[in-house]
Write a new protein. Structure first.
Length: 188
């Protein structure tokens, strides 16, 4: 039996994404965000608040990287959600993580994250629910360690985690439980 739980903001687990543009002084800005994802074959949509330093940096630089956070870097990723770039100028440096300048867009690639989408800002839309940033995926970088023998990202090796905003918990993803476009064929 299903029970109604209501439509509540922050009720559904979402993948943890790390958005990284450069600050005005070329230092690295990283923000932990959960409301965003791929919205078309080569596009991402991100919903953030206009008040974030990251929003200002996106507008000024026109580019960002979007990484999938992995369990190995959970503490650093959580810190990027705790500390505000408006108040902590050196929040990236405090974690000990490193970054390399993207060769495709004017944004940093955080070296420790296993997969990174290099994106250019296509549009920033003011919406009643906040700022929606549309980005074009220009390139994808993946560590060899998370690729399968066919050169594709293996979700189990990626060891990503999701954020359950209702319970304020992180949950590891990584166990394959079915095959898309195949598991349901028994009903055909």
């Amino acid at each position: 039996m299903k029970r109604e739980i209501g439509v509540q903001p922050a009720l559904y687990p979402m993948p943890v994404l790390m958005i990284a543009p450069y600050n005005e002084d070329d230092t690295v800005d990283v923000m932990n965000m959960a409301w965003g994802g791929i919205c078309a074959r080569d596009m991402v949509a991100l919903n953030i608040s206009r008040g974030h330093k990251t929003a200002k940096n996106l507008e000024a630089r026109g580019a960002f990287t979007l990484s999938v956070a992995d369990v190995a870097h959970l503490d650093e990723s959580d810190y990027f959600g705790i500390a505000s770039g408006n108040k902590v100028a050196d929040k990236f440096e405090r974690t000990g993580m490193t970054a390399t300048k993207s060769s495709r867009v004017d944004a940093p690639v955080v070296d420790q994250y296993p997969i990174t989408l290099e994106c250019s800002v296509v549009e920033m839309q003011e919406q009643p629910y906040g700022l929606r940033v549309l980005g074009k995926i220009e390139n994808v970088l993946a560590d060899e360690a998370v690729l399968n023998e066919d050169g594709k990202v293996d979700p189990v090796k990626l060891n990503a985690f999701a954020f359950d905003q209702f319970q304020s918990g992180y949950y590891a993803l990584g166990e394959k439980v079915g095959q898309a476009w195949n598991s349901g064929k028994r009903f055909m």
